[in-house]
Design a protein around this ligand. Sequence first.
Ligand SMILES: CC(C)(COP(=O)(O)OP(=O)(O)OC[C@H]1O[C@@H](n2cnc3c(N)ncnc32)[C@H](O)[C@@H]1OP(=O)(O)O)[C@@H](O)C(=O)NCCC(=O)NCCS
Length: 181
Amino acid sequence: MGGFSTQLLKNGQELVIREGEIADAAMCLEYIEKVSAQSNFLTFGPGEFGLSLEEEMDVIDKKKTRDNELFLLGLVDNQLVSQMTVNSSQRARLRHAVEFGISVDKPYWGTGVGSAMLSYLLDWAQKNPIIRKVNLQVLPHNIAGVKLYEKFGFTVEGRKLRDNLQDGVFSDVLLMGKLID
Ligand SMILES: CC(C)(COP(=O)(O)OP(=O)(O)OC[C@H]1O[C@@H](n2cnc3c(N)ncnc32)[C@H](O)[C@@H]1OP(=O)(O)O)[C@@H](O)C(=O)NCCC(=O)NCCS
């Protein structure tokens, strides 16, 4: 269940937010490879995403058929500048809680893309009769990420110790969440 929305960015460009389609799969994998090298804040680095084109198509397809999941794209001039994946369980005891991941292409950091994507997600969650909780995980030193989430009312609910490993260095991860009422 998705939709379509447009938003004027701080740089004057128009951001289009829409659900990902199977036909977007190759563009999405190309985008993922690009952003994987732009920060150390994602759960994968260059070459580590690990999905084939067929697997990516399958993921997008499944998201479209599930009423508590979402795969969102942010585009400027038909170019992908952001992706958001919203995952959940299909089990009755867990399906009200979703967890999302987001990335924005580096030239667009600070232009309001992240805020627009998050706004869209929270609006969707509010209107969705199933969703009552939105969760995320963020590295504590990802200042822009933490600030973005706090701006939208997410709070730190916990900390997973030694959850992330990069270049031989472990990092904890913050668990943040927001209730949807
Ligand atoms: C984190 C990320 C998604 C934010 O997206 P963005 O488009 O830059 O965010 P916005 O421009 O909407 O900024 C939202 C808020 O974040 C905060 N913020 C953004 N950049 C910041 C920075 N460099 N330092 C401090 N706070 C910052 C501000 O509070 C800002 O709100 P404001 O513009 O009203 O002041 C983006 O930087 C990104 O993709 N980073 C790399 C991947 C990543 O970290 N993904 C998230 C993993 S948990």
